[in-house]
Design a binder for this molecule. Structure first.
Ligand SMILES: [Fe+2]
Length: 380
């Protein structure tokens, strides 16, 4: 029969096992949360920052970075650098094979360095430039389809402690996910660029149909983004404004050239036909899955704030916000460029016309933002 004395160490062991298990569960949770983060965010900076924030938390690290290999230059550059010297660090490039990170990139193996001063691979270039003091490093290669594409590292375990084998195992597992995220995000970014340049090319072809509107859509994008950037920092929303603005007049492809380029006043019939271009634009956009959600922004870009616009006579906030933004941007470009039926007016007149029609044709809040931002940009 066991004495209470011999029970005590057993209890202690159990306690420590439970605590160990809790710690493991916490770590596992981080991994799962990270996976969830990966599936929801496509903006690479935001995504990697969130992941590394979690990695730092669970690894109890003071800072962290992700490097990408530049094959052409045979060096590594930062894609994220967290911690108090992160901003400065981002400017620095690390030669392939040099330092701990360069070694991990070259050999494709994780590395745990409890004390960098005792490791001859240590290269203090980044510390020198940023005035940061690295004590310990845990670095893992980011491997996609057998190829090393970068390195992720955490620096300095908090409380003057060292990273251990458990940290290494977890960070290596996290590294697999980071690698996939980095690769996916850059594929997505390439695809996004290709997509944007393709629609820009299509729209330029439509703009070119009418010599007077050449470059119109591009300028409308700039003006609309001027308003958008003052309203939000949400990249998705700004992308929505950008693409909707590029495409707002794509339906003009369905308007005969003799109407588009007519030097005199349009007849009533011609005008009615011309005013159908937002519907044509919407009809082009709607069947495209990636663009579908922009249909209302485009369909309503000629609505007026007072409800006297077309095609549906929507009023005030019933008009989608992005459509109201395009309306201001579009009108400003129309006023300040030559048209078949009249000469362009000056920028000052353009801004004044927007203000004169604020509250009737245009959303007054957006006119105010546009005028302020335009003047600010002009001055800078
Ligand atoms: Fe239009």
């Amino acid at each position: 029969m066991r004495t209470p004395r011999s029970l005590a160490p057993g209890k202690e062991l159990m306690k420590s096992r439970i605590s160990d298990l809790r710690h493991k569960i916490k770590r596992l949770e981080t991994l799962i949360n990270t996976s969830m983060v990966f599936s929801g965010i496509l903006d690479i900076d935001e995504l990697l920052d969130t992941v590394m924030q979690q990695a730092e938390e669970v690894m109890e690290a003071e800072a962290s970075s992700i490097f990408r290999i530049d094959e052409k230059n045979q060096d590594l550059y930062f894609i994220t650098a967290r911690g108090e010297k992160g901003k400065e660090a981002k400017e620095i490039r690390v030669p392939m094979g040099k330092g701990i990170v360069g070694w991990v990139a070259k050999h494709g193996k994780p590395l745990l360095v409890p004390d960098v001063r005792k490791d001859k691979r240590w290269f203090g270039g980044v510390d020198e430039k940023t005035k940061w003091v690295t004590r310990s490093i845990l670095a893992v290669p980011l491997i996609v389809k057998g190829k090393v594409i970068g390195v992720a590292e955490v620096l300095n375990k908090r409380g003057n402690r060292h990273f251990d084998k458990g940290d290494l195992e977890l960070f290596a597992a996290l590294g697999n996910q980071i690698a996939i995220a980095v690769e996916n995000a850059s594929l997505y970014s390439d695809l996004d660029k290709l997509f944007l340049s393709s629609i820009r090319a299509i729209v330029e072809a439509v703009d070119a149909k009418d010599p007077y509107t050449r470059g119109h859509s591009g300028r409308v994008v700039d003006y609309a983004l001027l308003i958008g950037q003052a309203m939000t920092r949400d990249k998705e929303r700004l992308k929505e404004i950008e693409i909707s603005s590029i495409l707002h007049d794509v339906g003009k492809i369905g308007i005969p050239d003799r109407i588009l380029g007519k030097p005199g006043r349009l007849t009533r019939r011609e005008r009615n036909y011309m005013e159908r271009h937002p519907e044509f634009s919407a009809a082009i956009i709607e069947p495209i899955e990636m663009l579908k959600k922009l249909t209302a922004n485009i369909l309503h870009h000629h609505e007026r704030y007072d409800g006297k616009g077309y095609p549906e006579g929507l009023k005030g906030k019933k008009i989608p916000l992005v459509a109201r933004v395009i309306c201001v941007a579009d009108a400003f470009d129309a006023i300040t460029t030559d048209r078949p039926y009249r000469r362009r007016k000056s920028i000052r007149t353009g801004l004044r016309e927007l203000q004169r029609n604020s509250g009737t044709q245009f959303d007054p809040r957006l006119v105010k933002i546009f005028v302020t931002q335009f003047k600010k940009n002009e001055l800078s």
